[in-house]
Design a protein around this ligand. Structure first.
Ligand SMILES: Cc1ncc(COP(=O)(O)O)c(C=O)c1O
Length: 470
């Protein structure tokens, strides 16, 4: 047997596969002892990885050794209990293994013929999500690379719906306007651009003291746009803002969109997880009134990247927007073809990790992790409310909380966060809220304990004291 054949041999795969699982189990077991954020400059990493394209093969054992030296020590350890930074969860272990399985069987869920059982499993998983948000039996949806693509698909659906589906053929014939709050995620801006609507036609609306879109401003701006002969097309509500987990008044927005003949999209990329919470029943009331919803399992459902999703009240909107059937792909009504009911053609079997996580932990089990993360944010709020140095900017509804030093400018906030990061126990991010600096803490982490959160609070105070006095 020559070398190439031996690489495809099941026994070799088994042996190497066990090694990989051992490597990862060791990594997960030791991750808490590792610094959370690697102390290495990009130039050093480039030097470490600088090599020409390998012309000859290498023993896989040596490749794993290289990973031990060049990759694992320089990861940002989202599996560490102190990770509360940008929205990437500690991945549920079953989801990690699910991705491994999905790669091995390599089903292409775009097309039924390359993924019969996977297609139906994906549909079932999507059904669980559409039922969770309160959509009825006509609903459908797509798993996507993330919230960014989900928001893009939703804005395009809104564009097509409000132009009687002429835009797909003719392009944009009139000025269509989109409305979202100043607290929207930047992916909304990108979506408006990519859908050909033009970012100048996106209206960024002010928010109230709890960072929810202001309805009075929305009414006024829509009326002004109508007065100018423009065409209000898409209204975006946010169910869980990136900074503070705030929830726009969804029932009121739904009514307004209906009155104005607009498409109502809700970005619940982060906040959708709260639907599993026992502590916050009814927080997303009105979500079920949306035409489309972004909800990302790779955020607060603890799925490893990537698994975003766009959910649609009626699947026929997806089909109307994307349902082209080229001659090399045959359609058979009984064989569900995701490529006809969505944008992406070749696509990874993303739902498997969501399906397996729901099966292993149950919606209640995942909900308990979510409630613990909410409790972590509440604990920070309690600590800040009786502290002389730190104040809370928002009362947390979800697990996102912004803190601010009672004295100190943006530079001081940045320096404190950088110093905490250098110590390697915690990773938090900085942001601006209504133009003022804040420290954003966002546990989406089932390894975090209340003690970790209290230690973070102390670490922020210590660094602040050091820099403020120094
Ligand atoms: C509210 C919201 N929407 C959309 C996104 C974009 O999601 P993704 O990073 O999965 O593309 C994010 C990311 O944090 C978000 O917070």
């Amino acid at each position: 047997m020559d070398k190439d054949e031996s690489m495809a041999n099941a026994a070799d795969f088994r042996q190497l596969g066990h090694r990989v699982v051992d490597l990862l189990a060791d990594y997960l077991e030791g991750v808490e002892q590792q610094p959370l954020f690697p102390a290495i400059e990009p130039s050093e990493l480039r030097k470490l990885l600088d090599e020409p394209l390998p012309q000859r093969g290498t023993d896989p054992e040596r490749i794993l050794d290289e990973l031990r030296i060049k990759l694992l020590p320089y990861c940002t350890n989202v599996n560490h209990p102190g990770y509360y930074g940008l929205m990437t969860p500690t991945p549920a272990p079953i989801g990690v293994l699910a991705d491994f399985i999905a790669s091995a069987i390599n089903q292409n869920v775009g097309s039924y013929v390359i993924a019969p059982s996977a297609t139906e499993m994906e549909r079932r998983t999507m059904r669980w999500l559409t039922e969770l948000v309160g959509f009825g039996p006509a609903a459908g949806g797509n798993f996507t690379s993330g919230g960014t693509l989900a928001n893009l698909i939703a804005v395009k659906l809104g564009r097509d719906f409000t132009s009687d589906h002429s835009t797909q053929k003719l392009g944009v014939q009139k000025t269509m306007t989109v409305y979202a709050s100043e607290e929207r995620h930047v992916s909304i801006d990108k979506a408006v651009d990519m859908a050909g609507l033009g970012r100048a036609n996106l209206r960024a609306l002010p928010t109230d003291d709890e960072f929810r879109v202001r309805l009075d401003a929305l009414d006024r701006v829509i009326a002004e746009d109508r007065g100018k002969g423009l065409h209000p097309a898409v209204l975006v509500g946010i169910a869980g803002t990136t900074n503070t987990g705030s929830v726009d008044p969804l029932p009121e927005l739904a009514a307004l969109a209906k009155r104005e003949g607009m498409w109502f999209h809700v970005d619940a990329a982060y906040g959708g997880g709260v639907l599993l919470s026992g502590q916050r029943p009814g927080l997303l009331k009105g979500l079920e009134l949306a035409d489309s919803i972004t909800l990302d399992p790779h955020k607060w459902f603890y799925a490893p990247l990537d698994a975003g999703a766009v959910l649609v009240r009626d699947e026929k909107f997806l089909t109307a927007s994307f349902g082209m059937v080229p001659p090399y792909l045959k359609a058979d009504p009984d064989r569900y073809q995701f490529y006809i009911h969505g944008f992406e053609q070749s696509r990874r079997f993303r739902s498997l990790k969501v399906w397996m996580a729901f099966k292993q932990y149950g919606a209640e089990g995942i909900g308990r992790w979510i409630d613990r993360n909410i409790r972590h944010a509440e604990r920070l709020y309690e600590l800040a409310s009786r502290d002389s140095q730190i104040e809370a900017v928002n009362k947390p509804l979800m697990s996102a909380i912004c803190l601010r030093f009672r004295s100190g400018d943006a530079e001081l906030h940045r320096r404190v966060v950088a110093a905490v990061e250098r110590e390697g126990r915690f990773w938090v991010s900085t942001t601006l809220l209504k133009g003022r600096p804040a420290i954003r803490v966002n546990p989406i982490n089932f390894r975090t304990t209340e003690r970790d959160i209290e230690d973070l609070f102390q670490a922020l105070k210590e660094k602040h004291r050091e820099f403020h006095q120094g």
